[in-house]
Structures are given as structure tokens and as C-alpha cells.
Design a protein around this ligand. Structure first.
Ligand SMILES: Cc1ncc(COP(=O)(O)O)c(C=O)c1O
Length: 382
């Protein structure tokens, strides 16, 4: 049996008629940029996430970029974030002329450790970007308190965590802005790129709307340079169909994660015996965009599972402070030991709402077999 990391086809099959109808309507409307679907999706997402405003943009990366620009962050400024994230988080900080400053993660959640943020603040610090990695919520309240104390902005990178909650509040709705990604593999994924900025601040929402259309003030009058970064009408129409199912799909992901946890706990490879399973923080409602285990045997286990037809992925094999693109920042190996350990040990297993029980059972069984044969000194035994 081959088990993919993610399979988007069963989801499409369920909603095929609705999606194709929505696409057809857009095609027939002749209105392809910033039409009624983008506007409606913005209203629906704002309602879903509990913010006053939501502005559709071309990608999660652009959601972050336009957020930084709209908050006036640029040359000479410092932005605190985690080294254990996708490169988009820091790429945009550098591209707007600011400097990323890293803070190590918590071992249990893989997210930025709020207790270590204050020591990284300097007179140049302007913002903090906490990243809700894998769908696990950052402990954001202490971060908001620090931001208030030092007059900093908080940009939530919720690209991987649409629908996750911190203390019953949707992620992306707590900071000054929240950034979402509609990349197809995300919990709410389009059929191409897309993203959104959430905010309760009308001025920021207006700035983002201007920035996504070349910095326009009103038709063909500009006071700042902007970008061409709009969410496509076609994507918005598809996402509106999918949004109706999002809570159900997140619940299904949570059930898959519980099943994994349960099976691991009673298997010979369970916690403390071989693999460490993901923990849901007490303040969090994890949305399990990915299900990630940890083991020092990661490389050999990945290879073993691959040979058995089970796809896995490493998000992320090298923390950002050690990437060549960030060598100018002057960080060294050992600077962020928990991010480095996570990079050596994390392994994401197949998860998606429709993943069948027998496939999850097989993944856990094969992982157990790996550890049992490793114990016998023969990890590659078939
Ligand atoms: C943490 C994080 N931030 C930002 C992004 C960028 O989103 P997009 O791919 O929509 O540009 C991603 C995408 O995977 C992400 O995982």
C-alpha cells in the first residue's frame, strides 16, 4: 500500500460540483480581478476569524510583506521571529530592508519561546512575528504583553494554522495583523497561490488594499509605490466553497492526530520508547496542518518508511539562522539549540481529512517495526 503525505483529490471529489459551478460562474461573469467573490470571501473570512477586516492578496508571503510595509517597517528596523519556520517569514523582512533577529523555540510546541523574546529587544526592534507552526498555536498572550510594554507591532504568521485557536480566539486575530496562506496544501487551500491579511485596524486594512494595487489612492493616482498582489477572483470563488467545510475538515484532521497519538501510545515505538508525538498546548486548539513526530533516528526512519511506500517530509531540515541566505546576520551553529535539535529530529507523517484508519495503523506499525528491528541491530530488515 502506498501512502502519500497528502492527497488533495478525495477532497476535490467531495465538492467537485460546487467548485466547478463556482468556477463556471466566474468565467461567465467576465470579472476576474477584485470582483464580488474576493469581497465576499474577505467578509466571510473576517467573520470566521473574528476580525473587523480581511484583505485578499496574492500569497501568504505577500500577506507578510504587505503587512510589514503597511506598518512602516523597513530599513534599519529589527523584527524578532523564530529560526524554525519556512523561509518566507524572514525573506520578506530582509526584502523590506529590515533585519530578522532570531529567538529560540520551545521544545514541546516548536514555536518561538515567549520567555526569550525580551532579551532580544534592542532600540531598533519594531515588530515580532510569531509563527503558528504546523497548526500549533503560539503562546501569544505574553507576546502581546511584551509588545505593549516596548511599543512593538505583532504580525502573526498564521500561514500554516488557519482555523487553529488560542484560548478560543482564531489565530491571526490577536496581533496587529494576521497573515494567512491559501497555498493548496494548507487547511484552506486554493487551486493555486493566495493569501490574506486579517486586522481590526481600518487604516492598516486600507493601506493593504492600496498596496496590493500598486499603492493606488484612487484610480491612477498614487502616493506610494505598491505591488501587484491581488487574490484572484477564481481562487476566491473556490475558497468560498471550501470555507464552508473548513471546520469539518479541521475536526477530521484532529481525529487523525488523536488516532496517531493513541496508536503510538500503545505501540512499542511510543513516546519515551522511540518517537515523541506532538503535544497540543493547553491554550491551543491545534489544526494539524501537519502531524510531526520527533526522533533522533529521523534520517534512517524516513528512508525505511520511503522503502515501504510511506511518504514523509522534513519541515525544516536546516533552521534559518544557519541558512546561507542569512549568513550576513552572523549567527553560528549552537546559537539556537532547540531549533537545531528540532531540525535534526522532526518528521511529518501523512495527514489529511480523508486519510483512512488502516493507513494510519500501517504507518504506526511500520514505525514500530523500524524501532524493533533497530533494537535488534537490523534497522533495514524487510
Ligand atoms: C510559516 C509560513 N509562512 C509563510 C508562508 C508563505 O505562504 P505562501 O506559500 O502562500 O506564500 C508559508 C508557506 O508555506 C509558511 O509555511
Amino acid at each position: 500500500m502506498r501512502i502519500p503525505l497528502l492527497d488533495l483529490k478525495p477532497q476535490y471529489e467531495q465538492i467537485k460540483k460546487e467548485v466547478e459551478e463556482a468556477v463556471k460562474e466566474v468565467l461567465h461573469s467576465g470579472y476576474y480581478i477584485l470582483g464580488s467573490n474576493v469581497k465576499a470571501l474577505e467578509e466571510e473570512m473576517a467573520r470566521y476569524c473574528g476580525t473587523k477586516y480581511a484583505v485578499g492578496v496574492a500569497s501568504g508571503t505577500d500577506a507578510l510583506r504587505l503587512s510589514l510595509v503597511s506598518l512602516g517597517i523597513g530599513k534599519g528596523d529589527e523584527v524578532i521571529t523564530t529560526p524554525f519556520t519556512f523561509v518566507a517569514t524572514t525573506e520578506v523582512i530582509v526584502q523590506v530592508g529590515a533585519k530578522p533577529v532570531f529567538v529560540d523555540i520551545e521544545e514541546e510546541t516548536f514555536n518561538i519561546d515567549p520567555a526569550k523574546i525580551e532579551e532580544a529587544i534592542t532600540e531598533r526592534t519594531r515588530a515580532i512575528i510569531p509563527v503558528h507552526l504546523y497548526g500549533q498555536t503560539v503562546e501569544i498572550e505574553p507576546i502581546m504583553r511584551i509588545a505593549k510594554k516596548y511599543n512593538l507591532k505583532v504580525i502573526e504568521d498564521a500561514a500554516q494554522a488557519i482555523g487553529a485557536e488560542y484560548s478560543f480566539k482564531k489565530v491571526g486575530s490577536i496581533g496587529n495583523v494576521g497573515c494567512l496562506s491559501f497555498f493548496p496544501t494548507k487547511n484552506l487551500g486554493g487551486c493555486g497561490d493566495g493569501g490574506m491579511v486579517l486586522t481590526n485596524d481600518e487604516k492598516i486594512a486600507e493601506k493593504i488594499k492600496s498596496l496590493r494595487t500598486h499603492g493606488v489612492k484612487y484610480d491612477y493616482f498614487y502616493s506610494v509605490f505598491g505591488y501587484n498582489s491581488r487574490l484572484d477572483e477564481l481562487q476566491a470563488a473556490i475558497l468560498r466553497v471550501k470555507l464552508k467545510y473548513l471546520d469539518k475538515w479541521i475536526e477530521m484532521r484532529r481525529q487523525k492526530a488523536s488516532l496517531y497519538n493513541e496508536l503510538f501510545s500503545s505501540s512499542p515505538s511510543g513516546p519515551s520508547k522511540g518517537v515523541k508525538i506532538p503535544q497540543e498546548a493547553p491554550y491551543a486548539r491545534h489544526s494539524y496542518c501537519v502531524y510531526t513526530i520527533c526522533t533522533p533516528e529521523r534520517e534512517r526512519l524516513k528512508e525505511y518508511l520511503e522503502a515501504k511506500g510511506i511518504k514523509t517530509k522534513v519541515y525544516y531540515p536546516l533552521p534559518l539562522h544557519l541558512q546561507r541566505v542569512h549568513k550576513d546576520l552572523g549567527y553560528r551553529k549552537g546559537d539556537f539549540p532547540l531549533a537545531e535539535k528540532a531540525s535534526r529530529e522532526v518528521l511529518s507523517l501523512p495527514i489529511y481529512p480523508e486519510l483512512e484508519r488502516d493507513k494510519i495503523e500501517l504507518v504506526v506499525k511500520e514505525i514500530s517495526n523500524f524501532f524493533l528491528s533497530a533494537k535488534r541491530g537490523n534497522a533495514h530488515a524487510k
